[in-house]
Design a protein around this ligand. Structure first.
Ligand SMILES: [Zn+2]
Length: 457
């Protein structure tokens, strides 16, 4: 993993002792864990626990949490031939950015939804990374000196946060290339029905068993692909904020994944054939992307407008059934279209807007952010007037066309329109319109609210 070594070297991320990629690593899990401590506590889910033999369970204290629902990849061709542009009136600034229509048959995926996860009675455990399960792990692992995560996003987040709160080391055995959180220092935890991001820490070691990663459910791997490939909309948003408001921006996380991204853009269909090489490339890209967040001192390099819409939709719909990357696929297409439309405006003028978000998000935090956003909007008029052509061409250099993203998602049968996730389109439009007020980051969602095409050309 050449790029991974580069980033570890450049970022001096020396607190990670090792990242090992090998066949059948899981067979040596006990010996690997013993390098870090004598009293080990392992967390797996019902699916990943199957990788271990009884011998390991006899020697290591453990907790097996309910398995997340991972249905097989959706039927091929299910999501093809859809017009991905947003319906008329759905753009944050519908009056000026042009209209478009969705001409796509409704796909029925209700049967996925009907198999909702069920909490295990009496244990406080769910198949989500809930605070209850984090507390359970903290209690059970009190006497241990190492917490071990054997699983993908949920297990990893639980162990990362529980070990951080208990000031213990943790190591990770990822079982799917499904997201970039294995190498990030934040944990995404469900609290009172809301998913929140908490400060946590990095694992001491990451152990990637190539046989397990390559044979992970395809839906998980594809979710990792979309969580990575939204790099394009992320970079555009982050760079926009930097160019307009002078906020900090760091190119390094993107430079380090550039070659990996190029290969994945060529070879992505190999993911469906479970090519070990390409899935490992994706895993490497996700790990570098995670470390990129550590370098950026926040999730700036991996989460911008597309993640803001996805999180806001999750908040509003409580959709914890769709995978993170599936939500991001839908919202990345929306952002890519929005960015292209705004960047094509020749002589924009700025008109800060006033908006009431209370009727959609019942959250006083958002009202405060909205006030900050309105101040930001007022600051950018001058620079847009003088520098828009330069700003626009700089941002365009790193963009992947929305059509290219959509074609890849269609080829891979990844849901990429709101209706593919059974999201109500009208509600989605509202959330797209107001998602800018959910975070203090300035993105194209903000710009869409205050930009107009000049009538005088
Ligand atoms: Zn993500």
């Amino acid at each position: 993993m050449y790029y991974l070594k580069q980033i570890l070297h450049q970022a001096k991320l020396s607190f990670i002792r090792e990242i090992i990629v090998d066949h059948q690593l899981i067979d040596n899990i006990y010996e690997i864990c013993m390098q870090y401590g004598n009293d080990i506590f392992l967390v797996a889910d019902e699916n990943t626990a199957k990788f271990l033999n009884q011998n390991v369970f006899n020697k290591i204290s453990h907790l097996i949490i309910p398995a997340p629902l991972v249905i097989p990849a959706r039927d091929a061709h299910l999501y093809e031939n859809c017009d991905s542009t947003l319906p008329e009136g759905c753009h944050p600034s519908a009056q000026t950015l042009g209209s478009s229509k969705v001409d796509c048959k409704q796909h029925t995926i209700q049967h996925f939804r009907s198999k909702n996860w069920i909490p295990v009675p009496g244990t406080g455990m769910t198949s989500n990374a809930s605070l209850e399960t984090v507390n359970l792990v903290r209690n059970k692992a009190k006497d241990s000196d190492l917490i071990v995560a054997l699983g993908s996003g949920t297990v990893n987040d639980i162990c990362k946060y529980a070990s951080y709160l208990e000031k213990k080391d943790y190591i990770s055995f990822p079982t799917a290339a499904s997201m970039n959180g294995y190498s990030s220092a934040n944990a995404s935890i469900l609290v009172d029905g809301y998913k929140k991001s908490f400060e946590a820490h990095l694992p001491k070691g990451i152990y990637i068993d190539t046989d397990i990663i390559a044979n992970a459910p395809l839906r998980l791997t594809l979710s990792g692909f979309t969580d990575f490939i939204c790099r394009s909309t992320v970079q555009a948003d982050w760079l926009l904020s930097h160019l307009l408001l002078g906020t900090e921006y760091n190119e390094l996380p993107f430079t380090l994944v550039r070659d990996l991204e190029q290969t994945l853009l060529r070879e992505y269909m190999q993911l469906t054939q479970k090519s070990t090489d390409v899935i490992l490339l994706l895993m490497e890209a996700l790990l570098v992307s995670g470390f990129g967040m550590v370098i950026s001192k926040g999730s700036y390099s991996a989460s911008q407008g597309e993640h803001m819409i996805a999180h806001a939709m999750e908040l509003v719909t409580k959709d914890y059934l769709s995978l993170h990357g599936e939500k991001v696929a839908v919202t990345a297409i929306t952002m890519a279209n929005l960015q292209e439309k705004i960047l094509s405006i020749q002589n924009p003028i700025i008109k800060p807007t006033t908006l009431n978000v209370e009727h959609v998000f019942d959250n006083s935090e958002f009202i405060k952010i909205l006030e900050q956003k309105q101040i930001m909007q007022q600051k950018i008029g001058g620079i847009i007037y003088k520098e828009w052509n330069n700003i626009s061409s700089l941002i365009k250099q790193n963009l992947l066309p929305a059509k290219q993203l959509q074609k890849m998602f269609e080829d891979l049968s990844i849901p990429h329109l709101p209706e593919h996730l059974s999201w109500n389109k009208e509600q989605y439009c509202k959330v797209v319109d107001l998602a800018f007020a959910t975070r203090d980051r300035f993105t194209f969602l903000d710009l869409a609210h205050c930009i107009e095409e000049s009538k005088i050309l």
